[in-house]
Ligand binder design. Structure first.
Ligand SMILES: [Zn+2]
Length: 254
């Protein structure tokens, strides 16, 4: 597909998605009220256990139009992270990931919130099980069950004419100030890209793994200014647009 054939909705020169992982308490305490005040829809990838613990604010998030995606049932990462040593991707099979983590979390989120997750965020941004010669990718399992899959700790935006919808780049927005996100927005706009930002907690500057509320507010304000040409929407809605646009141009890479 010729990149010039790809187009964002009228007047938009780039796309932006804001996403938050794990379903941490500060997300519904601090991020959701701010997003709702600006009429911005974000994508949340909560652990089912976190939703079960605080059902009411997560139901309210669904009612307000935010996307709830799948972030697995038990958050398996490489055992190189000590917190995951007893739930390590190295020791898992593809079957365990597909049935237990992907479909299991979908079932729980459907039961709890009445939503069917359409996008997935890889815990720790990692995509494989096993080790060495027996490593297998679980990207194909994500592709079987989801419209899109989101990585983590990537360097840049996605090229909507080329990117793999099941390995979407996502740049961290934790501990990033307004100038930091402006640089990412400028780079995405220059190439007509889709910038996906990913965060964890939401709060004041200086805390670990925390999206600074002032930065979040800045992003909402930037997106509200028409001259900035930013289409700010959920991972699901933008992935749908990308897929449909490619279909319309006969591109098989969907
Ligand atoms: Zn996570």
């Amino acid at each position: 597909m010729n990149p010039t054939q790809f187009s964002w909705p009228a007047g938009k020169r780039m796309a932006l998605s804001l996403s938050f992982d794990d379903g941490r308490e500060s997300q519904w305490r601090h991020a959701l009220p701010l997003l709702d005040a600006h009429g911005v829809h974000a994508t949340f990838y909560p652990m089912p256990a976190a939703v079960r613990e605080h059902l009411e604010p997560w139901c309210a998030a669904v009612a307000a139009g935010h996307e709830i995606g799948n972030h697995s049932a038990t958050h398996p990462c490489s055992g190189n992270f000590r917190f995951s040593r007893h739930n390590a991707l190295e020791d898992m099979s593809l079957e365990q990931v597909e049935q237990g983590e992907l479909l299991g979390a979908n079932r729980q989120l459907e039961e709890l919130l009445g939503v069917h997750p359409r996008t997935f965020a890889y815990p720790c941004g990692q995509t494989t099980v096993g080790r060495g010669e027996s490593v297998r990718s679980y990207v194909p399992a994500v592709a079987r069950h989801f419209l899109a899959g989101r990585l983590f700790f990537s360097e840049m935006h996605n090229d909507p004419a080329y990117c793999d919808l099941h390995q979407l780049y996502a740049v961290t927005m934790d501990n990033t100030d307004a100038a930091g996100v402006d640089a990412l927005l400028d780079a995405a706009r220059a190439e007509g890209g889709w910038l996906i930002l990913a965060g964890h907690d939401a709060g004041p500057q200086g805390a670990r793994q925390t999206t600074i509320l002032e930065t979040l507010e800045h992003l909402c304000r930037m997106a509200a200014e028409p001259e900035n040409g930013i289409w700010l929407d959920t991972v699901e809605h933008i992935a749908e647009h990308v897929r449909n646009n490619r279909c319309a141009h006969g591109d098989a890479r969907i």
